[in-house]
Design a protein around this ligand. Structure first.
Ligand SMILES: [Zn+2]
Length: 192
């Protein structure tokens, strides 16, 4: 429960990644309003890890002393796996610890009566007991079909992550593992 939670700032290209990180419980600011300088100064003043796919920004931020991850991967699952791989965390969903994907605020559990008052559809109220409301925007969440899709997404992330860990063992410490894991590329590199 008390383990350290990373805090992130995602650049303008990583809005969907930011939403996933919030669902996974990580405080993540996402904005397309800040200049590169402002991104860097916000990370420094709020101890946030900068996430960017922009190499220039990556090198600039790193030189300024900001912990920065150059986010690789095409799909969202690959991007989340890449971030988790770099920091060594295991992506998991715990609805009590999730942050609102829309506004990055904390959520709290509410009972069925409050869910009814908040406008949750009758059909949902008939079968569902567990609801959470966002402190920030007031959106109500429950475990429905979207939750099962999230679980499937996480399974995909886990298998990509496993691939990254096993390929990183095959590389020297100077090389990054890649995502081309399905390609059975066993070129005979430096076996001597
Ligand atoms: Zn919210």
């Amino acid at each position: 429960m008390n383990k350290y939670r990373y805090r992130f700032l995602a650049d303008a290209m990583l809005g969907r990644t930011a939403r996933w990180l919030r669902i996974l419980g990580y405080d993540t600011i996402y904005t397309d309003k800040l200049t590169d300088d402002e991104l860097i100064s916000t990370c420094l003043s709020e101890s946030r890890i900068l996430l960017t796919s922009d190499e220039q920004l990556y090198y600039r931020a790193t030189r300024s002393g900001v912990e920065t991850i150059l986010v690789r991967g095409r799909s969202e699952a690959e991007k989340i796996a890449w971030i988790a791989f770099n920091l060594g965390f295991k992506p998991q969903i715990n609805p009590d610890l999730s942050l609102c994907p829309v506004c990055n605020s904390r959520v709290r559990k509410i009972d069925v009566d409050e869910a009814r008052i908040r406008g949750v559809p009758k059909k949902v109220l008939e079968w569902n007991r567990d609801y959470w409301i966002c402190h920030g925007c007031g959106k109500v969440y429950w475990i429905g079909s979207h939750y099962r899709r999230m679980k499937l997404f996480l399974e995909k992330v886990s298998s990509i992550l496993e691939g990254l860990y096993s390929s990183s063992k095959q590389f020297s410490h100077n090389n990054m593992p890649s995502f081309s894991l399905s390609r059975s590329d066993h070129s005979p590199h430096s076996s001597q």
